[in-house]
Design a protein. Structure first.
Length: 447
């Protein structure tokens, strides 16, 4: 009988002798299939539990049945859960490799053809293990993570108890490595945090706004939040001292830029606290000696980088310059912090009304309002005008980009689902603009 099998397989695979399967080999194959199924369940469990979304966890919390609570309990100890799954999965995979090699040795004689033996014992076994034990179950679990998590809840609890001595050792060793290497924080991407914020409840509106400010913090340029030069209070360096005190008092600011000739030539920053000891000095007092060195930053600088520089240099104001070296405006520490926590006001601040709400879909804005502030007021996601805004940072600048000229009063400009009507303008500036959110329209029109 054995010679008959040998004759058949020598014709197909030269040098390979096949032995007819007996009872032991059949039992071995049954055990091998069972182990492969176990490996698939472990792989699927890993994907299922670690791809659960916050809304899935919330459903488990609201569902009081024992299986859901077991899933929740496992989810809340991620290190121990992952250690259990990895230990169990690797144990099963090692058993599969050893058993498969043993069965192939019992069924085939590769002594005359070691290359074919290597292909069967290494390549084929590895392929079967990866495809049926890793790839397929993980694909299935990624699409059915909730049902798979529920199905494996009790089994994982049992495995956690069985492998607890090993997993405890792994967790302790991992903690030791983290301490030695200084790894204390997990790396959470801004996209992950942004997605998580979308799932937060309405009860956390204020906290959510702060977190969203932190998420977008590194993507904002200085030019998006600066005070434009037209709104900056500044004094000429040739002014007499008698004009400096009233200028400081009327502005209400603690720091005022000082220029020579024009605002494009800023010579220094005058601090109100530096002037206080000399308030009674005569008009010819050389107050210019009190000036502090200005700090210049480009329009394109990110505000998170500027915040670090403010902290290092211990300053609160910077002069923003354009690509030609001209002064675009100023930016303060308060401007940066407001991007995170919202508007900061004190008892000396006057309410500056930059918009009026007509109804849920209609607003009247000052032309100088920053587009960044406009998006917040209208609760717009992203930058809907990124394709047409060019270098403009204000609503008036956006209108100029859309029209190519200073529009006339009551002129209407449409862009997508936004309708802009000029409420007030002169030859030099667009002062007020009515913004109405209308039906989607992908074309730009002017009337």
């Amino acid at each position: 009988m054995e010679s008959q099998y040998a004759f058949i397989y020598i014709a197909v695979l030269p040098g390979v002798i096949f032995h007819a399967p007996d009872f032991k080999i059949i039992v071995g194959f049954i055990v091998l299939i069972a182990l492969l199924f176990g490996s698939a369940l472990m792989s699927a469990s890993e994907v299922a539990y670690f791809s659960l979304k916050p809304e899935d966890i919330e459903k488990f919390r609201n569902n009081k049945n024992l299986r859901s609570q077991t899933v929740l309990k496992l989810y809340e100890m991620p290190e121990r859960l992952l250690s259990t799954i990895l230990v169990a999965n690797n144990t099963v995979n090692v058993a599969i490799v050893l058993l498969a090699a043993f069965l192939s040795t019992m069924m085939f004689d590769f002594s005359s053809s070691p290359v074919i033996g290597f292909i069967i014992e290494a390549v084929v076994i590895t392929f079967v293990l990866l495809f049926f034990g890793e790839v397929m179950p993980k694909v299935y679990a990624s699409r059915n993570n909730v049902s798979m998590a529920l199905f494996m809840a009790y089994q994982l609890v049992l495995l956690e108890k069985i492998f607890r001595p090993v997993t405890s050792l792994l967790i302790k060793s991992t903690s030791f490595v983290k301490k030695r290497t200084g790894i204390h924080r997990s790396k959470l991407s801004m996209d992950d945090l942004s997605d998580a914020l979308e799932l937060t409840s309405d009860e956390l509106d204020e906290d959510e706004k702060i977190l969203k400010g932190i998420v977008n913090f590194g993507n904002i340029n200085v030019s998006a939040i600066m005070c434009p030069r037209i709104d900056v209070t500044a004094v000429d360096i040739l002014s007499g001292f008698s004009r400096i005190i009233p200028a400081i008092i009327s502005s209400g600011f603690s720091r005022i830029p000082v220029y020579s000739g024009s605002f494009d030539n800023v010579r220094g920053i005058l601090y109100a606290k530096d002037v206080l000891p000399y308030m009674n000095n005569p008009d010819n007092f050389k107050w210019q000696s009190l000036l502090r060195q200005p700090y210049f930053v480009p329009e394109t600088k990110k505000i998170n980088d500027l915040l670090k520089e403010f902290q290092i240099k211990k300053i609160h104001m910077a002069v923003v310059i354009d690509e030609y070296g001209g002064t675009s405006g100023i930016i303060t520490l308060e401007d940066i912090l407001e991007e995170i926590v919202g508007e900061i006001t004190d008892e000396s601040d006057e309410d500056q009304i930059l918009y009026r709400k007509i109804d849920e879909r209609t607003y009247i804005f000052e032309g100088k309002i920053l587009l960044n502030d406009l998006y917040k007021i209208l609760d717009l996601e992203g930058d809907p005008f990124s394709e047409v805004r060019g270098e403009s940072e204000t609503l008036a600048g956006l209108i100029l980009e859309l029209t190519g000229e200073i529009p006339e009063k009551e002129q209407t400009i449409k862009y997508r689902n936004f309708k802009f009507m000029i409420e007030e303008a002169d030859r030099r500036r667009i002062k007020e603009i009515r913004v109405e959110i209308v039906e989607e329209n992908d074309s730009i029109e002017t009337e």
